[in-house]
Structure formats: C-alpha cells, structure tokens
Design a binder for this molecule. Structure first.
Ligand code: F0G
Length: 458
C-alpha cells in the first residue's frame, strides 16, 4: 500500500486567524467601496487575494537573514544571490530589484520605446501597464483553447505560434524589441507553457531578429507541469527543467514574491552583457546600486535560499497538490471552475456562476464581494475591472471571460482551510439565483484601476 503524501514541512510559528460576523463584513465591504484591496487584513478570515509576497519563509531563509550583509556595494548577500540566480537560471548577469514590476520597469526602460509592439502570451496587468505607459502595445497571442473554461489541454498558457509569427511578419524589424512569455500564464488561469512552446517562440524570435524574455514569477510551478505533463520530462529534475527553459531565452524578469517564497524582492537577468550594462543605468536610477537594487542584504540572502526552496520537488508536489485539492472540492459542489487547475490558484467562472449579472455590472467583482460577505474570504477579480479601459478609445475592455481567482499563499494554509473555503463558495453558489444587484464605478484611476477603484451597488 502506498502511504499518503503530505507537506514536506512542519510549523514552527503560528499566526492568528481573525474571525468576524457576516454583519461586520457587510459593513466593512461597504466602507471599502466594494473593493477588496481596501479591506484591512484583520477583516479577512482567509486571504486568497494573492500568492504574491504572502508565503511563509523557511527556517533556512530566516537563518540566512541573520547573516545579511548590509554593505552598500559588493555585499556578500549579493554574491550569495548571484550564485543562486546563476545556478537556477543559467544567466550570468543579473540586477536585483525590489519586486517584479520594478524589474519590468528596468528591463523595459532599456528595451521599449513609443510605438513598439510587445507580443507574447497574456501579459500580467503590471507588465501591460508598463508597456502601455511607454505608449507601446502589448499583443496577446495566447492559444484560443485558453478561453475554453473546461476543455482539457495540458498547456493552456501557450503562445499561438502562428499568430505570433503573423505579428512578427507584418511589422517592421526593430518595432518589436522583445517577446514576453509569462510562465505560468497567470491571467489565463495560472496555466503552464510547454517546453516545446518556449522553444518554438525562441525560434521565431531568432528568425525575426527580436529577443525573448520570460516573465518568470512562477517558473518553478511551470517546470513542475512540464515534468508531469510533457513527454520526455518525467525523469528530469525541476532545476534541470528550469535551466532548459531559460536556455532558450535572452533574459527574464522575476517577481521573487511568488516562486522564490520571499515577502518582497525581484530581479532581472540577462544573457547579453551590453543589455545588462544599459539596464544597469536604469537600475541605479530607479532601484539602487547594481549590487542591491532595492533589496536589503538580509532580503537578498532570504531570496537566495528561497530560489532553492521554491524549486524543491517535494514542496512543489504538495503546493500544486493543494491547489488541485481546492479545485476538486469546488468541482464536486458543481461550481464552474477553470480546468485543468492552475499552479497557484483556482479560478471560478463568474459569468456562469452569476448569470443574472450582466457584464457591465462586473459579475466577477460581485462574486468576490459575495464570497467575502459569506465566509470572510478575500479573492481577486480577474475580469473587466482588471482589464481596464482601452488606452485609445477609453472603452471598458470586456473580454470573453470574467473570473475570480482564489490564489493560495505558499506554505500558509492547511487543507482544512481549503475545506472551509470550498464550503463558503458553495454557500454562495446555493443562493446564486438571489444575487441580482451589480456594481458600478464611482471613481477610478486612469491606469491599473482595479487596485484603487471605488464601487457602489446598483
Ligand atoms: N508578472 C506576473 C506574472 C505576476 O503575476 C506579477 C504579480 C508580476 C509580474 C508583478 O510582480 O507584484 O512583484 O511587482 N502578480 C501578483 C498577483 C500581484 O497577485 O498575481 P510584483
């Protein structure tokens, strides 16, 4: 008989989970203008807003923090991190940054200019924000099957190579400074990109004289899916797979708050020394000197260890297993969930969950609000609010789908917490036919509006 698998860690320190009543939550969400980002964390029972920066560090990471070197230049912590980055990614040149979007800012300052196109799979919202802020255009070439909620396809995060080639072919050389492939594809549901696809994109990048960068926030989870789903990889190690993924590219941006399991941090890495030098100037302006770039020495030490923690196979098995566990509980209740389940989160289809709420009334956000009221669970809308307005027409970008995301922090919640979450989602599902009031915008920022938007019921 095979014994059950379990988390490859045990708990050394605990944090209180704050409970609250439904009446309190009704009031708090109204006070928060129906924007879950405005809630205080102690008004939340289970926080699935994001898996970013919310993970629990290991004893090794905490121990590494104690030996942080806070020298302005040339700190040993920087060299620890450099060694880890080179070992895990294969890149010789890297620049620390305070988080993922800062890394994007550094890379894009060196690469992107007004009028450029930046194709790839679905860009994350800050990536899109940084591209559009430079008056360049992100082009989403994700495979069509990604839009089908339940169709099984092992790599729903993939780039449609034919579509990408059309974009590359129909634009002058020099107008497309880079292709960005996001692994895993967060916006499409934490869906992985196959090795074959990365190789294919790389080939096209070379053919059309452009470069390929990976937005690598969840590269280890992507490697896990390659190992478990792609032919030729089951016997390879996660780190071996990660090295191969990066070997096809010119560099990467990293939000270390995800797969490197730190609370803050990021970096860019480069193959080309010239580009590294160019980006170094921006790193110094925006982030700090090239041997700390927005990070303290202790945080660089924790990140170095986190890169090893996050690429541990046993850890990934339990991590991705927990996401699948939550997904399968929801599926048993009949809740419309995106399949196959992603690496970091379970996504719920808000259109079919709340058929009485038309898209103009933001059904994703309505569902997120209802789930908060029901069980104190904070999720994130991945729909029209997040999609923002078209920068030219200023029209709302209603897409074919509207979701909420239940993102699981790493090494934080137990499977009992997952049972509670699933039961609360089910309770909302059972009363879905009585949910008929939508939301409208009272105030919004001109870019990345979902973080600060204020809404009211109507
Ligand atoms: N790229 C991807 C794929 C991301 O998911 C994120 C952040 C970033 C870049 C930006 O990194 O937050 O460190 O500046 N995603 C978080 C999320 C916020 O909730 O998915 P950051």
């Amino acid at each position: 008989m095979e014994l059950p698998i379990f988390e490859p860690f045990k708990t050394k320190m605990v944090e209180t989970v704050y409970k609250s009543s439904r009446e309190q939550r009704e009031q708090w969400i109204k006070d928060a203008s129906f924007n879950l980002f405005n809630l205080k964390s102690d008004q939340v029972i289970i926080d699935l807003l994001t898996d970013s920066g919310t993970g629990a560090m290991s004893d090794r990471q905490w121990a590494a923090m104690m030996t942080g070197d806070e020298s302005y230049a040339g700190a040993s912590s920087y060299y620890n991190l450099k060694k880890a980055v080179t070992e895990i990614t294969g890149f010789d040149f890297f620049l620390p940054a305070h988080q993922g979007r800062a890394a994007e800012n550094v890379l894009f300052s060196a690469l992107i200019k007004e009028g450029d196109l930046v194709p790839g799979n679905s860009h994350f919202d800050t990536t899109k924000g940084h591209i559009e802020f430079r008056k360049a255009i992100p082009v989403d070439c994700t495979v069509d099957i990604a839009m089908d909620f339940t169709a099984y396809y092992p790599f729903k995060g993939n780039v449609d190579l034919a579509r990408l080639e059309d974009v590359l072919k129909s634009n002058p050389r020099g107008k497309i400074p880079c292709i960005i492939v996001t692994i895993t594809n967060n916006t499409a549901g934490g869906q992985p990109v196959s090795m074959e696809n990365i190789r294919g994109v790389s080939r096209l990048a070379r053919k059309y004289d452009t470069s390929l960068f990976l937005d690598s926030a969840r590269f280890a989870e992507n490697a896990w899916f390659i190992k478990t789903r792609e032919e030729g990889y089951p016997d390879k190690g996660i780190r071996e797979i990660a090295l191969e993924m990066f070997s096809y590219t010119d560099g990467m941006t990293m939000s270390s708050k995800k797969d490197a399991i730190v609370n803050m941090g990021g970096f860019t890495a480069y193959r080309d020394k010239e580009l590294f030098r160019k980006a170094s100037a921006y790193n110094i302006i925006y982030e700090g000197f090239i041997t700390y770039g927005g990070m303290s020495g202790r945080d660089m030490n924790a990140l170095a260890q986190g890169l090893y923690d996050g690429t541990d196979e046993e850890y990934l098995r339990s991590r991705i297993g927990q996401v699948a566990y939550l997904g399968s509980l929801l599926k048993e209740y009949g809740v419309p969930v995106l399949e196959p389940f992603g690496g970091h989160a379970v996504f719920i289809d808000a259109y079919s969950f709340l058929p009485l709420i038309p898209k103009e009334k933001f059904p994703g956000q309505v569902l997120a609000v209802e789930l908060y009221i029901e069980g104190g669970i904070r999720s994130a809308e991945v729909g029209a609010l997040m999609a923002d307005r078209d920068p030219v027409t200023r029209e709302n970008r209603f897409s074919g789908r509207e979701m909420i995301r239940l993102a699981l922090p790493r090494r934080v919640y137990s499977d009992n917490h997952m049972k509670y979450v699933a039961a609360a989602v089910n309770a909302v599902y059972e009363r879905r036919k009585s949910i008929n009031r939508g939301l409208k915008i009272k105030w919004e920022a001109p870019i990345l509006r979902h973080f600060t938007v204020e809404l009211e019921r109507f």
